[in-house]
Design a protein around this ligand. Structure first.
Ligand SMILES: *Cc1c(COP(=O)(O)O)cnc(C)c1O
Length: 356
């Protein structure tokens, strides 16, 4: 196993590609920084990670992950503050969740300190790639997949762990229109919904496409058994303000991804004196609260947008219009507050950021 102080081999690029970046037209996830980190697992142990020039990874046609889907990922961001400092938000939480995903998928875990150190070192080397424009950030994508060259179903013996990064522009969190899904299922109890496993996203594409054809941005998933309870939306957890209380589906079963943004919203809300309920949330309870005017806010929480306001909810043949965005005091304040912690404009009293 790796030690606490991890040795990382560095093979630096000769010439940076950063001058080729068109910062005014930065498509999400298509521009990659100079370096990536690669670490192999073999014979029951992780090898020395290596930071190398970003590039393609050759693969054998029988690579296990391609056929049987042992593949997991994480997503987090680094920000450059007004003070010039670079901060990464709650990387230790991503490391822990990565290991929970790994366990569920029969993949090897990575000690939290090592996972975080790999990120820190990579960002340190590519620090020029952390944009200094307002709202911009460096998206960090750690992932792991099975690399046995073997046609047969069993947990792979070999794995690759990689991290690459992408500078991304301001996420104009356009308010979203979601459709409550009552037929397709994202995750079943006992399944892998809690894991950030690649296959979960593949299986959601088709139902999401059907909803998009009807003019929705995303689905609001319900539980696979009864379709009577709200679960989450796309790659965001969903939160409601009803009767002044912050309400969100709980994590007691294993169908919902344990979002770090959602966890952070809950911790801040409690500090601000809000009552928070993490429990099962019935679809009809939410719809009734909208009709009664008791639902004042509704939003998705996730790394991409931090807070994405939900402006319309489709249910069967009805469309429910939610309160105007400028009236949403709680989520607007929360969005500002979390963003300010990330860029160092607000004191990080929770100890959530790591400076690089
Ligand atoms: C990543 C993800 C989230 C949000 O998690 P954050 O840690 O807040 O980014 C929520 N739901 C799903 C399905 C996800 O994949």
């Amino acid at each position: 196993m790796l030690q606490d102080t991890i040795n990382i081999k560095i093979n630096q690029i000769e010439e940076s590609r950063i001058n080729q970046v068109d910062w005014d037209n930065l498509p999400f996830g298509k521009v990659f920084s100079d370096h990536m980190l690669v670490m192999d697992y073999d014979n029951g142990a992780w090898k020395t990670p290596e930071i190398m020039p970003f590039g393609t990874v050759p693969f054998h046609p029988a690579t296990s992950a391609i056929h049987y889907g042992q593949s997991i990922f994480e997503g987090l961001k680094a920000f450059r503050g007004a003070d010039g400092e670079i901060r990464v938000f709650r990387a230790d939480m991503n490391a822990k969740r990565f290991n929970e995903s790994a366990k569920r998928m029969c993949m090897p875990e990575i000690p939290v300190e090592n996972f975080v150190e790999c990120i820190r070192k990579l960002i340190e080397l590519d620090r020029n790639w952390v944009p200094d424009r307002e709202g911009y950030s460096l998206y960090i994508r750690p992932f792991m997949y099975a690399t046995d060259e073997f046609v047969g179903i069993r947990p792979s013996d070999k794995y690759k762990f990689l991290i690459f990064t992408c500078p991304v522009g301001a996420y104009y969190a356009e308010p979203v229109k979601v459709k409550i899904e009552e037929y397709y299922t994202r995750a079943a109890e006992g399944g892998v919904g809690r894991a950030k496993a690649a296959g979960n996203y593949a299986s959601s594409l088709y139902p999401a496409k059907l909803a998009q054809e009807k003019g929705f941005h995303q689905l609001l998933w319900t539980d696979g058994k009864t379709h009577e309870y709200i679960e989450e939306s796309g790659t965001m957890n969903v939160m409601f303000l009803i009767d002044g209380k912050l309400i969100t589906p709980g994590e007691e079963n294993d169908t919902i991804l344990r979002g770090i943004t959602k966890r952070s919203v809950i911790e801040v809300a409690k500090k601000w004196g809000y009552e928070v309920e993490e429990r099962r949330v019935r679809v009809d309870e939410v719809l009734q609260a909208i009709r009664d005017g008791r639902l004042t806010e509704c939003f998705g929480a996730g790394t991409a947008a931090t807070i994405a306001h939900i402006e319309k909810i489709g249910y069967r043949d009805e469309i429910f219009d939610l309160p105007a965005l400028e009236t949403r005091e709680f989520s607007n304040r929360m969005s500002r507050y979390l963003t300010d912690i990330k860029i160092g404009a607000e004191t990080d009293s929770f100890g959530w950021t790591m400076k690089v």
